[in-house]
Write a protein that binds this ligand. Structure first.
Ligand SMILES: *Cc1c(COP(=O)(O)O)cnc(C)c1O
Length: 232
């Protein structure tokens, strides 16, 4: 079941790349496994997917520590400074940096462990009160402030747009994130690159690929609906 879902999503990613005139290799498919058991991840691993996304630091730690080492874990959820220790050294990329305070906490942990950490700035493109993420107008100054931290390397931007009924409604938000990444990239800030655009989920990943996504984060279409009441 999950293998078929994953194969189906892979087909759709490939078709979206083709439609957008992009090569399949430009887009990384991250299977978002939050709330799902290790056995589900093992099943999806058999399809060759090696990038998995989690939004809870402890859950990522537990899964990381029992699953194969070649998995690339992506931290995609809101991160509190006191949880940074679970993530640094386990995640290949932290997609959700949205404050200098958080960046400094990651830097401190990276220094302690002697590691470098790739991060994305999470941008609240829809300006929603309920969402985390830096405001678009503050993203460039946050990038400048974070750039001086020697162990942290900003690789690009991430966003979760407002919930839309139709993927077309998400397109302007994806365009906005892409434009923002072009604008910040043009500033040529030392230690900041803008090669990664993490955007697009189950409802809208094809639109995101058309708008330049390099990383799509797909949960439900691969793992099925999530049950937040069920204990893992
Ligand atoms: C849960 C989650 C996803 C995956 O959402 P689906 O709609 O299930 O594909 C992607 N990104 C973030 C940040 C998430 O929290």
């Amino acid at each position: 079941m999950l293998k078929e879902n994953a194969a189906q999503v892979e087909k759709r990613v490939a078709a979206a790349c083709e439609k957008a005139g992009r090569s399949r290799g430009e887009v990384c498919l991250i299977a978002v496994s939050k709330t799902k058991p290790v056995s589900d991840i093992e099943e999806v691993l058999e399809t060759g997917i090696l990038d998995f996304g989690e939004n809870k630091p402890q859950e990522m730690k537990e899964k990381h520590d029992v699953l194969p080492d070649n998995i690339r874990w992506h931290m995609i959820g809101h991160l509190q400074t006191n949880k940074v220790k679970y993530v640094v050294g386990r995640a290949v990329m932290i997609h959700s940096v949205d404050s200098l305070k958080l960046a400094q906490a990651i830097e401190k942990e990276a220094e302690k462990k002697g590691l470098d950490v790739d991060v994305l700035l999470e941008v609240n493109v829809g300006g929603e009160e309920s969402k985390s993420g830096v405001r678009p107008e503050d993203a460039a100054s946050l990038a400048e402030a974070v750039s001086v931290l020697p162990r942290l390397h900003i690789r690009g931007l991430m966003t979760v747009p407002p919930v839309c009924e139709d993927p077309e409604e998400a397109r302007p938000y994806f365009r906005k994130l892409r434009q923002l990444s072009v604008d910040i990239g043009a500033k040529n800030i030392d230690n900041v690159s803008m090669n990664v655009l993490s955007m697009g989920m189950t409802a809208d990943f094809e639109t995101a690929i058309e708008e330049g996504a390099t990383h799509v984060r797909v949960g439900t279409a691969i793992f099925g609906e999530r049950d937040y009441n069920k204990q893992l």
